[in-house]
Structures are given as C-alpha cells and as structure tokens.
Design a protein around this ligand. Structure first.
Ligand SMILES: Nc1ncnc2c1ncn2[C@@H]1O[C@H](COP(=O)(O)OP(=O)(O)OP(=O)(O)O)[C@@H](O)[C@H]1O
Length: 284
C-alpha cells in the first residue's frame, strides 16, 4: 500500500455523510482483548499460478462475528473456504504460509478434514437442504458421526432447530420434505444442520443473497442470537449488513487484506484510503 493510499486526511463531507449511515449501534463496541480462534500467518491461496489471496496476516477472535467485505473477485470466498478446507475440492488450489485453528495447522499433514469440517461448519449462498425430511436433514450429520440412538437424535434435532429459530415453524412437520420450506426457512434449516454437529466456527458465505428482505432480517437476527456462542465469519456484499451484524470487519482488495478492524472503527474511521473509498461507494 502506498503512503498516498493510506492518507485519509482529505475526507470529503459526502464521504463523512455516507460513513455515518453505517454507524453501528452501541452494542457492537468490542473490547480489544480476545482469544484468537483462527490465525493466518503470511497465508496465500493460489489457483495454479494465480495468487488469489496474498500473504494474509490476521487473528480471528473467538466468539465474535467477523464480516469479510470487498469487491467481486477480491478473494473473500476463497479465504473463507480455506478455513475448513473446502478449496481442497479444487485440484489447482494450493496454499502457502500458515493457517491455524486453535493453534493447530489447518493444512497440516495429520489434519483430519472430516473432523475439521465438523468443528468448522459452512452455510452457502443458496440454501441446499438434502431432498429428505426436515428431521433427516438435521440428524444426518450426528448419524454420520456415530449417534444412532433415536431419543438422542430427536433431542439434537429439536435443540438445533430451536437454536436456528426454526423450531416453532416446523415442529409439527418434521417428517415433511425440507424442499417444501420457503427459501428463508431452508437457509435457517441449513444453519440448524450445521449446528447439529456442534461446531465451534460457522462460516457463512453470502447467506442472505438469495433471500428476500424479511428472510434476510431473520438470518441477521439469528446471527445475533448465535453471537457469543460461536465464532462466526460472514462474507457479504452488503455493507449495511456487515455493519449490522459484525464485531470486526476485514476488507479485501485484489487478494490483499487491506484492513481488519472493529466494525465501528472500520466504517466510521477507516485507516486506509482504499477502505474509505470502498465503503463510501467510490468503487464497487
Ligand atoms: N475455482 C477457481 N479456479 C480458478 N480461479 C478461481 C476459482 N475460484 C475463484 N477464482 C479466482 O480467484 C479470485 C477470487 O475469487 P473469489 O470467488 O474468492 O472472490 P470473491 O471476493 O468471493 O468474489 P465474489 O464477491 O464475486 O463472490 C478471482 O479472481 C476468481 O476469478
């Protein structure tokens, strides 16, 4: 980053006004302390020769919500997917540097990917329930991990659906096909399915981009409910959403992590000129 790019002294009144829109509520004040859950050290992600994420250094704090923002193609999803090794499914993809989860190397030789994805669950842009009953969607993961007892499974299904704020809407039709639910309900079902295997981290990749405003609001409320119990990372194109739901925000540009700061600070007093230009809509 050049010295010029870091200079934010020439903020225009328009930029100031735009920033004020994003002023997050009081409750999002976060303390400086915290336990790092995921640590990236000079972490790069390549597709073949192309370095899509460039030497990222960051501590993601436990039990907080971190939003990842930036223009299309800047590496947000690539970075998110690297945290539970979803990128492994792409043959040309490889990484350099370090990425640690609870101090353990995510890309270490002995890392068990199935266990990793149990602890670090993911919800995608489009709701993707299995074409099975609501009950079976939630029970699938716990069964895969060895739980067969019917009573135990029923408890997990109820607990997960309650945590995902869906129980009251579906408790009388658990045997019905999940594909019959609305898009918003399907997405909360996907959150419940992820919670059923008791993860520590939830990765949300644009979880509301396929939803209407009402369903979006329910997912945002849900994130607030889960905040404090899980470490949550959310990729979003919607800056108001980032400011509403997150404690910390990471701004990426062309694969570089330009700024990572408490959300209130990043949206009101960004340190980097590039961040300022992005959040004030000078480029998208
Ligand atoms: N499977 C792939 N093979 C090769 N290049 C890829 C692949 N997936 C992504 N890329 C490239 O890596 C870069 C980062 O892509 P990524 O999808 O992570 O960006 P993004 O910020 O999430 O974008 P968007 O907001 O549009 O989803 C882009 O240049 C993209 O073209």
């Amino acid at each position: 980053m050049t010295a010029d790019a870091r200079d934010t002294s020439s903020r225009t009144p328009e930029a100031q006004a735009t920033r004020d829109i994003y002023l997050p509520p009081e409750r999002k004040k976060v303390s400086e302390g915290g336990v790092p859950h995921v640590i990236a050290k000079n972490f790069s992600i390549y597709y073949g020769e192309f370095e899509a994420v460039k030497k990222v250094n960051v501590d993601i704090l436990s039990k907080y919500v971190t939003a990842i923002i930036g223009p299309s193609g800047c590496g947000k999803s690539t970075f998110l997917r690297s945290i539970n090794r979803m990128n492994d499914l792409i043959p040309s993809c490889h990484t350099t540097g370090g990425l640690l989860f609870d101090g353990e190397d995510i890309y270490g030789k002995f890392t068990d990917e199935v266990l990793l994805r149990k602890k670090i669950g993911m919800v995608f842009q489009k709701p993707n329930p299995f074409p099975k009953s609501i009950f079976e969607n939630i029970a699938y993961g716990p069964k895969l991990h060895g739980i067969q007892d019917k009573k135990a499974l029923a408890e997990i299904v109820e607990r997960s659906l309650r945590k995902a704020a869906l129980w009251d809407e579906v408790s009388d039709r658990l045997d019905k096909n999940a594909l019959g639910l609305s898009g918003g309900q399907q997405q909360r079902l996907c959150v419940a399915r992820t919670l059923a295997v008791e993860p520590e981290i939830l990765l949300l990749d644009e979880p509301t981009s396929a939803l209407d405003p009402k369903a979006t609001a329910k997912i945002e409320d849900l994130i607030q409910e889960l905040r404090g119990s899980y470490t949550i990372m959310i990729v979003t194109h919607n800056m108001q959403q980032a400011s509403r739901v997150s404690d910390f925000t990471m701004f990426f540009y062309e694969g570089v992590l330009v700024e990572h700061a408490p959300t209130a600070q990043l949206f009101t007093n960004p340190k980097d000129r590039m961040t300022e230009d992005y959040i004030t809509g000078r480029f998208s």
